[in-house]
Design a protein around this ligand. Structure first.
Ligand code: SAM
Length: 310
């Protein structure tokens, strides 16, 4: 979620009937749970109230920033950490003071990169740490932004896929990171195998499995290239979230997917249908192709929902 610069940002919020909106808003103010950086808004007969962090019943919706609040520099919120795009120490101090839930403000000193898809940071304000806890849809994820990838912006997408999972499905997450997709699915799936090549990600995933009391996620420290050689069964559903080079792993995913099973393949693309030919050649049909988020003016992250042909 990006905040600042008077722009729209996606934010956790509660939906209440408009008639009860003012009572609900006052209750949230008393709990210091209302996010005053954003303007509540009407949606049909409901009022959407932006809140500081996830709670039961919350969803993510776009909001305008609140014109009555002082403008803050652009930043992204990940649990109790704000990540700034500019190295602005005064701005960092103001961001830290703007929300009671924040403990640290970081400046990203590199792009996401390397095999582990991590970034490096400088601490600009608050507690000198890159670890924090993110809450979404009833789950809690411990993350460490320097040692393993995590994006809070994917919460809605994780929730979308979690709602597609049928009771008793077996799922493989080939690029699982600290386990946010895998753990979100564990309420419904029979088993989720969650692989990652980064040992720090697997350490954090083990912590997250414990803190969410999840018993059906099996972490695997592995290069996804070799999964089809060492896993002797096929899955009902496969998640492939490695947007810059995931297409290289599509043949492995097809080997590990049951006939009629589903593959959710995330890719950085610059035109619709960019990977259609490859998917069809491998024996898949595209059920849907959606934009997850924009990446640059000419590229976006897309998700292909694929069905492996019977
Ligand atoms: N799915 C996770 C999430 O949404 O937070 C992480 C996605 S991140 C974009 C991609 C992950 O793939 C990283 O955690 C990285 O360590 C892992 N990765 C990269 N190459 C890999 C490979 N060859 N085999 C297994 N994991 C790999």
């Amino acid at each position: 979620m990006m905040v600042g610069d008077r722009e729209k940002a996606e934010q956790w919020c509660l939906r209440v009937p408009a008639g009860k909106g003012e009572d609900a808003r006052q209750a949230l103010i008393r709990e210091t749970a209302l996010d005053r950086a954003f303007k509540p808004r009407r949606d049909g007969g409901d009022l959407l109230l932006p809140i500081i962090e996830w709670r039961e019943g919350a969803d993510r919706c776009p909001f305008d920033s609140n014109p009555d609040r002082p403008l803050l520099p652009r930043h992204e919120l990940i649990g109790g950490i704000a990540v700034m795009q500019e190295r602005d120490v005064d701005g960092a101090t103001r961001i830290l003071a703007s929300r009671p839930s924040l403990h640290t403000v970081l400046f990203a000193t590199s792009e996401v990169g390397g095999e582990h898809r991590t970034r490096s940071f400088e601490v600009l304000a608050g507690t000198p740490t890159t670890r924090t806890e993110c809450r979404e849809y009833g789950h809690r994820f411990e993350v460490d932004l320097t040692s393993a990838y995590f994006s809070a912006r994917l919460a809605t997408e994780r929730h979308r896929i979690a709602t597609l999972i049928g009771n008793g499905e077996t799922v493989l997450d080939m690029f699982a990171g600290v386990g946010p997709f895998a753990i979100s699915f564990s309420d419904r799936a029979r088993l989720v195998v969650a692989a990652d090549i980064n040992p720090h990600a697997i350490d954090l995933m083990l912590e997250n499995i414990a803190r969410n009391h999840t018993r059906l996620v099996l972490p695997v420290l592995a290069d996804a290239r070799h999964l089809a050689d060492c896993i002797p069964w096929q899955f009902d559903r496969i998640i492939m979230n490695l947007p810059k080079s995931g297409e290289l792993f599509l043949p492995v995913a097809f080997r590990l997917c049951k006939n009629g099973g589903k593959i959710h393949f995330y890719a950085l693309v610059s035109k619709e249908g960019e990977h259609r030919d490859l998917i069809e050649k491998l024996g898949g049909g595209i059920i849907d192709e959606q934009v997850v988020r924009s990446y640059s003016p000419a590229q976006w992250h897309a998700v292909y929902d694929i069905k492996k042909k019977e």
